[in-house]
Design a protein around this ligand. Structure first.
Ligand SMILES: Nc1nc2c(ncn2[C@@H]2O[C@H](COP(=O)(O)OP(=O)(O)OP(=O)(O)O)[C@@H](O)[C@H]2O)c(=O)[nH]1
Length: 413
């Protein structure tokens, strides 16, 4: 993944994708536009919350990022989000916006599957009650599998013949087929390793192809389930059923996108003090020392809605969860922030500006420093790289959280 990460929001109609996109993109903290070359209508910039390097060095007061923002050591790093709309059962056969959906999807590096956990919409997004959302988790993955399987099986005869006549490796042959999904040879290798396949490709049966495709989907489209609408009274049942079937809690996040949007709006109108994704909020009644200069809530219906939000969401689930959904997707991609600075001792970029850690780039954990240099500096020649304390860092060293994550590139041959 040499380019910036792209996270796709998928889910059936009315599951809450647009609301989730709004809740992740309308960050009041946002400053400056993010330099993506083309912004499609279905793309938006979201903000991934990370621990900023400024806190490590007691320099939070001087942290003014070029893109995104930083508040008290919590940094909001821009990431691209893609709203992949139009998915219904049968999409791989062209139903709904079928092929358009799948075409959009191939650019995503990770997916957030927005599941309507309230049980109030059926598989097509139509209003109902008591719907079992566990089905959505299963059919959505099934659509992606059948789409890729279908494309592979249609051509399997000629793929096999070519494979034999060119004496290619299984990785090369598969990568030829999977490159259109944004795959790399390393991804294909990992997926074959994952299933420990020893049979030569020309002997693969249909079920072997299915296993390969399933491993490929896990590698190429790591997915987080955002069980949305947890503010709804019927959500408990669905949460129970899904978490029981999928116990990998790192891949499941409970969200209420609408509550996040609502609270941010109230915060803008100064009815509450709320920090995006926070574990609670303050109204004027609780703000005894008038720290936040809030407005009194006089509308009884608004007060009831706020009380309900506290009871149904914050007391029960702790937060609206949307920030965690993005963080969970970033974890699936093993993303680590790298701070590039011009002066490794002051962490600034210029002698006349005391702002620190202005630039932050997300890379995959374990990436070599040389690759980070190429990603950030492009063709600009870099003679050597320094880390904290001015210590030279080898281009073959790797990047990890807190290790080689603050770098200074010295230009020259
Ligand atoms: N109770 C509740 N309702 C929500 C939540 N998120 C979204 N909704 C509601 O669900 C409905 C559908 O939300 P959208 O965001 O338009 O859903 P979508 O998935 O983008 O739908 P399509 O555009 O049809 O694909 C709207 O009425 C939202 O207000 C939530 O967290 N809780």
């Amino acid at each position: 993944m040499a380019r910036d990460p792209l996270i796709g929001l998928v889910g059936k109609p009315s599951s809450g994708k647009s609301t989730m996109l709004n809740s992740l993109t309308d960050a009041t903290a946002k400053t400056g536009a993010f330099p993506f070359t083309t912004i499609d209508p279905n793309k938006a910039t979201g903000y991934l919350q990370i621990d900023c390097a400024c806190a490590r060095f007691g320099k939070s007061g001087q942290c003014r990022p070029n893109y995104g923002s930083c508040k008290d050591g919590k940094r909001f790093v821009p990431v691209m989000l893609l709203d992949v709309a139009g998915l219904v059962p049968g999409a791989h056969e062209g139903r709904g916006l079928g092929n358009k959906f799948l075409d959009d999807l191939r650019h995503a590096d990770a997916l957030i599957h927005v599941v309507d956990a309230s049980g109030s919409t059926d598989a097509e997004g139509k209003a109902t009650s008591g719907y079992d959302a566990l089905q959505d988790v299963e059919w959505l993955r099934g659509e992606i599998l059948r789409w890729i399987e279908g494309n592979l099986k249609d051509k399997w005869g000629s793929i096999k013949r070519r494979h034999t006549s060119t004496k290619s490796t299984a990785v090369d042959t598969l990568q030829n087929q999977f490159s259109g999904y944004g795959s790399t040879a390393a991804v294909v290798q990992r997926c074959l390793d994952r299933i420990k396949l020893t049979e030569p490709l020309e002997q693969w049966s249909d079920s072997t192809i299915e296993r390969v495709v399933s491993a490929f989907v896990d590698e190429k489209f790591p997915t987080v389930l955002a069980l949305n609408k947890i503010d709804h009274p019927d959500a408990d049942r669905c949460i129970y059923r899904i978490t029981k079937k999928y116990p990998d809690l790192d891949k499941i996040v409970l969200t209420s996108a609408i509550s996040e949007v609502f609270l941010r709006r109230l915060a803008k109108q100064r009815y509450v003090h709320y920090e995006e994704g926070g574990r609670g909020f303050v109204t004027k009644v609780e703000d005894h020392e008038n720290r936040f200069d809030l407005k009194e809530i006089t509308d009884e219906r608004l007060q009831i809605r706020i009380d309900t939000l506290r009871d149904m969401l914050f007391y029960r689930w702790g937060s609206t969860g949307v920030i965690h959904a993005l963080q969970a997707a970033a974890r699936q991609l093993h993303l680590v922030p790298v701070f590039s600075v011009r002066n490794i001792h002051t962490f600034t970029n210029s002698a006349t500006d005391d702002a620190v850690f202005k630039d932050c780039t997300l890379v995959k954990r374990g990436t070599q420093v040389g690759s980070v240099v190429r990603k950030i500096m492009g063709d600009v020649p870099v003679a050597f790289v320094e880390g904290v304390g001015g210590v030279r860092v080898s281009k073959t060293d790797t990047v990890n959280e807190g290790k080689n994550d603050i770098l200074c590139f010295k230009i020259g041959h």
